[in-house]
Design a protein around this ligand. Sequence first.
Ligand code: BG6
Length: 488
Amino acid sequence: MEPCTFILFGATGDLAKRKIYPALYNLFVRGMLPRNFSVVGLGRREWTADVYQAAVERSLYQFSRRKPDDAEQLNRFLQFFAYRVLDIGREEDYRSLLALVEARERTLALPQNRLYYLSVGPEYFETIADRIRSSGLGAADGWKRLVIEKPFGRDLHSARALNRRLAESFAEEEIFRIDHYLGKPVVQRLESLQQANPIIQALWTNRYIANVQITASETVGVEERAGYYDHVGALRDMFQNHLLQLLMMTAIRLPYDSSSEKVRFQKKQVMEALEPVHQENVGVHLVRAQYAEGSVGGQPVVGYASEPGIPPASANETFVAARLRIDNGDWRGIPFYIRTGKRMKKKSTRIVVEFREPLKQARPEDEYGALPNLLVIEIGPEESISLRLNTKEPGTPETFKPIRIDLHLTPPTSPEAYENLIGDALRGDAAFFAHWDEVELSWQWVQPVLDAFANDRVPLRSYAAGTYGPAESDALLAEDGYRWWFDD
Ligand code: BG6
């Protein structure tokens, strides 16, 4: 891996502490950081390098999947870290940052390869990108990369405006848009599951599949993020990015020799084939809802509108369920159902592929006891793949019985999403980052839904906390003769 400088905006923040330092540390221990490496942390706090290194060290003990157990190794890791106070809007601060980065490049014999990681609020993205260019930081001899976190805009218009602005300072190949769902180990395996298994590849079409169900259910409520969440809602927070990404990853068709360009090209094609939903039809294909009081894991919890910091009259959605259709040869005619919500019964992100039921077609009136074959891909917190088949109980020749074959994928110590993604960004591999085309096409699909919500064209339903959402979400599938598969 090429030596480089990792320039971290938001170095004193929560994401850095919880995810970024532990990810860097684990990459280091696994020998996946360059030998020559420098991190320059930037923040508003007046910290010295020692205070910064101590904060990094603490974060490892608290959040790293592997705790430091070798003092010499830990010390070598901490030596990478320098700190500088930076006011995001001040041009001079970027010039002095440039001087620091260059001085370290000279001392540590580093080429001018610079990765800028923006672990800050989206309101700062444009200013930082502009200043990187205007201060000369961006005009280095080596490569430059910009890593940004979601949210990438709050609608189609603002996402386009943001992209135009970033494009003044960084080329598309230099922008790495993090969607942490793409870093999840099971999501990273989806590609090979299909590519390397002819039995799956052969079945991966509307000929054998009846529908696909993608769920991301959470048990948490708004937590301490009322100010953010009440302006965002489930559609922007989860659906537009994470869940549409899962849809793309499920629906792509990959050849054996797929490259990151091919993966992204295929994802774009899936999004282009997604049937648009018009504002007046949104209520037919999409359910929005907000949680009411209830009980989660045996504990009573308040409804969304009674959460601290949420206006009692808030019409923000904490749940969405949608039916989407992909109009291409592989998927024409079969529904993809997506749902996500806070304060649901169980924390689980999963993709369920339901296969067609030839048995039912042959013997429609029969109580034959067979259930559809299901391929269940559990993405988190469990990581597993299971297949449900039907078999006959010996001695009961007429009755079928479903059986499950479970495959537990990864030990609890497998790399976390951020570790995978930061490692990829350092290597320059963009396969698991969202390309602008995908982001734009996602917003394009979501925009009429946002408009329909804003114009009150979709009723806001209610569901008791601790359930799988409102009855209307079940009805959405029942209309097509299906049901959500969950605790089966
Ligand atoms: C984040 C959302 O992107 O993803 C949160 O902003 C959500 O609201 C989180 O809780 C869920 O991520 P995970 O990895 O726990 O499924």
